[in-house]
Design a protein around this ligand. Structure first.
Ligand SMILES: NC(=O)c1ccc[n+]([C@@H]2O[C@H](COP(=O)([O-])OP(=O)(O)OC[C@H]3O[C@@H](n4cnc5c(N)ncnc54)[C@H](O)[C@@H]3O)[C@@H](O)[C@H]2O)c1
Length: 317
């Protein structure tokens, strides 16, 4: 039986907890917010039907979760420690140093950070800084298999290999990032799209709903199977990527895109928020979460069918 220590139980910490429980792990959690245990239990109640549909480990049950009052209690005896506190570097450095000081030296400590580099996270760790790595998941963590693993200056190859094995045993698809950069890989891509989307709203070209339609009915439909590169390889016809680059390469010089984010003025914030509220049409985030989860469960089945690489995760995500 394996045990996860979850430090910080917001949206992402709860996602890790639900994933680990579904894989039959024990979970010990710490969060200073007194409402955290109640919030987590209700989160697991909402996630459990989708996890059940995907396939639970034989001895998986929500009761394997306990909340404790200190970080030290949470990490004692853990096989994997996952830090999910708010995205503030000094806070993460302080918490990771406390975890590193108290944890067995060979236990992997993954940080869910969306943007910070592991070398910066390792800064104040005294005992075994190399095992403090970035392990960046995607929301909802209990359904999406990708975890980006990034080592820092102190990290040894054996520690990355151990981390890969740990996250695979949570039925995840680890992607080892070769060099540390802010935002890792996927968030760099998502932020580029996000900046352009904000420009399009700011310039009055499209509403939030119209931009989402462009993704949902167009480019987004292809991405679950092939990603950007293989999709564009097909866009070049028989000659593939070479012809694609000849044909569309010049457009890169125009350029179509703006790269720098627009200023987040009150007017732009209002447009974006009101646009999203209009799209939600009175439906709560919980209702939309449920709809997304149902969709993702079916989509994962389709990905498994067409993408043999994901086959090993079937029924275990
Ligand atoms: N939200 C996302 O889509 C997403 C995706 C991937 C990664 N992340 C990363 O995950 C991390 C957490 O983000 P989130 O969206 O879950 O934030 P959140 O605000 O939902 O949750 C943060 C939790 O940390 C707790 N916390 C605060 N101080 C703490 C402390 N000293 N010790 C332990 N817990 C403490 C809070 O009570 C809260 O429950 C961030 O680093 C973020 O970049 C977020």
């Amino acid at each position: 039986m394996s045990r996860l220590a979850a430090i910080g139980t917001g949206v992402i910490g709860n996602g890790w907890i639900a994933r680990a429980l579904a894989q039959g792990w024990d979970v010990v959690a710490f969060d200073p917010d007194p409402k955290a245990p109640e919030r987590t239990r209700s989160f697991i109640d909402n996630a459990w039907p989708s996890l059940t549909q995907l396939g639970l480990a034989p001895d998986a049950k929500p009761e394997r979760l306990t909340f404790v009052a200190t970080i030290e209690e949470a990490i004692s005896g853990a096989d994997l420690i996952q830090e999910n506190v708010p995205e503030r570097l000094p806070l993460k450095q302080e918490i990771l140093a406390a975890i590193d000081a108290a944890a067995a030296p060979d236990t992997i400590i993954g940080s869910s950070t969306s943007g910070f580099k592991p070398t910066d996270l390792q800064q104040q760790c005294q005992q075994a800084p190399g095992r403090v790595i970035v392990a960046h998941p995607f929301n909802p963590v209990y359904l999406l298999p990708l975890v980006e693993l990034v080592g820092g200056e102190a990290t040894q190859p054996e520690q990355m290999a151990a981390a890969q094995e740990r996250y695979q045993s949570l039925a995840m698809r680890p992607l080892v990032v070769r060099r540390e950069i802010e935002g890792h890989i996927a968030d760099r891509l998502m932020e580029a799209l996000w900046r352009e989307a904000l420009h399009l709203v700011n310039d009055g070209v499209a509403t939030t709903e119209e931009i989402d339609a462009a993704v949902v009915y167009g480019c987004g439909l292809r991405w679950p199977l092939m990603g950007t590169f293989l999709t564009f390889h097909l866009a070049g016809g028989e000659s593939g990527m070479r012809h694609m680059l000849e044909q569309f390469g010049p457009a890169l010089k125009l350029p179509w895109t703006k790269l720098e984010a627009p200023e987040l003025t009150d007017e732009l914030i209002d447009k974006v928020v009101e646009g999203c509220e209009h799209q939600a049409a009175g439906r709560s985030v919980a209702t939309l979460d449920k709809r997304r989860d149902d969709f993702l469960v079916e989509l994962l089945e389709v990905v498994h069918k067409y993408w043999p690489e994901a086959e090993g995760l079937k029924g275990r995500i």
